[in-house]
Design a protein. Structure first.
Length: 387
């Protein structure tokens, strides 16, 4: 199917601009607007609520996040009016499940994205005993979505095997797009010496933010800035009181993130669980030095790996930073230039990747209108309470 004639609907649970998944689809849709006939994004937003966005409740253990319920009638009306060729949903979630239900009911091909290692996350938050139950439930939901969808899109090679093992048909590797602010804003020159280091992301267990705080404590000669919010904010605020070289900025807009990265020489992504790591790509696009852990999926892209500085197994973050600082200034500059070139290539290729996947998905025959009965029963209960 010709990409230019496509009508695509994205139904996303993640709050717009509040985490990597939410930002990913926000950016992707902005690029697809000029590539397809029509694209719509149904996604909760705190500042400008979507018409399909209903009531919400706080997520236990994280007051910075909320769980939103969709308005099923409004979402159904949008699908009826738009008549999309493909509905894209990112993994288990209430918005996603309702979008999946509507698609199956009306015979619309579905593309499921696989961007999160749920088993690792529930281990971090729930402990081993509860994680076994929670992980089993999430895996069941994932299998239901994968087996009833025409294709699955993943953002790193290692997740393709996981998706296929969970029953995904035709799993495809797709790139990661960038917001225009990171691409089009003129690049500030990289300083010859490393004096400022930053972290951008959620203040949460999977991000291993404690290691960044420890790094700031061991290097009083450097300035450290943190942009983000999350359940570990209190711990970060306490560290800022103890260390005069550490500053918490809180949640920042896209433009503020660009300014933060531009005044830094190094961005650190110390995650223990990270399917990709979009903020690392954003810093690369700003021609900055980026430190990642072996857990970050962005390392699996050979074209991007040449612009990254990856921690070695068993190495401390302080030792990794020391290795980077030990390079001669021209070597660091060359690394940063490589990083920007690789990020811009990924950005342009990602739109082509997605266009091909969506066109292929639209051309596939839907698997049928009937959902597995447990899922259908769950969705009907949700629909009756949140219309």
């Amino acid at each position: 199917m010709d990409t230019k004639t496509l009508r695509v609907l994205f139904v996303v649970d993640a709050i717009k601009g509040r985490n990597g998944v939410g930002a990913y689809f926000q950016d992707l849709v902005s690029h697809l607007e000029s590539q397809v006939e029509r694209v719509e994004l149904v996604q909760p937003c705190l500042q400008d609520p979507h018409p399909c966005q209903g009531a919400s409740m706080p997520i236990p253990g994280d007051p910075t996040q909320r769980l939103f319920f969709p308005k099923v009638r409004e979402l159904s009306a949008l699908v009826w009016e738009m008549k999309p060729h493909v509905i894209v949903i990112p993994g288990p979630g209430i918005f996603s499940m309702i979008g999946y239900w509507i698609a199956r009911k009306w015979g619309i091909p579905v593309c499921v994205t696989f961007q999160t290692d749920y088993n690792r996350l529930v281990e971090l938050y729930w402990g081993r005993r509860l994680a076994k139950w929670a992980g089993g439930f999430l895996n069941w939901v994932n299998r239901t979505l994968f087996q009833g969808s025409e294709t699955a899109a993943t953002i790193c090679e290692s997740m393709i095997a996981q998706a296929r093992a969970a029953g995904a048909r035709n799993p495809q590797l797709v790139g990661t797009p960038l917001a225009r602010e990171f691409v089009q804003t003129p690049v500030a020159p990289l300083a010859e010496n490393v004096s400022r280091v930053c972290y951008v992301g959620r203040l949460a267990a999977e991000k291993n933010i404690e290691s960044f705080l420890e790094l700031a404590a061991t290097r009083p000669d450097l300035q450290f800035e943190i942009a983000g919010d999350g359940p570990l904010r209190g711990k970060v605020e306490e560290a800022c009181k103890r260390h005069g070289n550490l500053t918490l900025l809180g949640w920042c807009s896209r433009q503020q993130v660009v300014e933060l990265i531009d005044r830094s020489e190094v961005l650190v992504l110390p995650s223990a669980v990270e399917a990709f790591g979009t903020v690392a790509l954003e810093a690369m696009a700003r021609q900055r030095l980026v430190i990642t852990t072996p857990a970050c999926g962005i390392n699996e892209w050979p074209g991007l790996a040449r612009g990254l500085w990856v921690m070695e197994q068993g190495e401390s973050l302080a030792a990794t930073l020391d290795r980077l600082i030990a390079l001669a200034a021209p070597q660091r500059f060359a690394k940063a230039v490589d990083a920007r070139e690789a990020a811009l290539t990924m950005n342009s290729d990602a739109i082509g990747h997605w266009g091909a996947v969506l066109a292929h998905c639209a051309a596939m025959k839907p698997m049928g209108a009937n959902l597995p009965s447990p899922t259908l029963a769950l969705l009907r209960r949700l629909s009756s309470h949140h219309v």
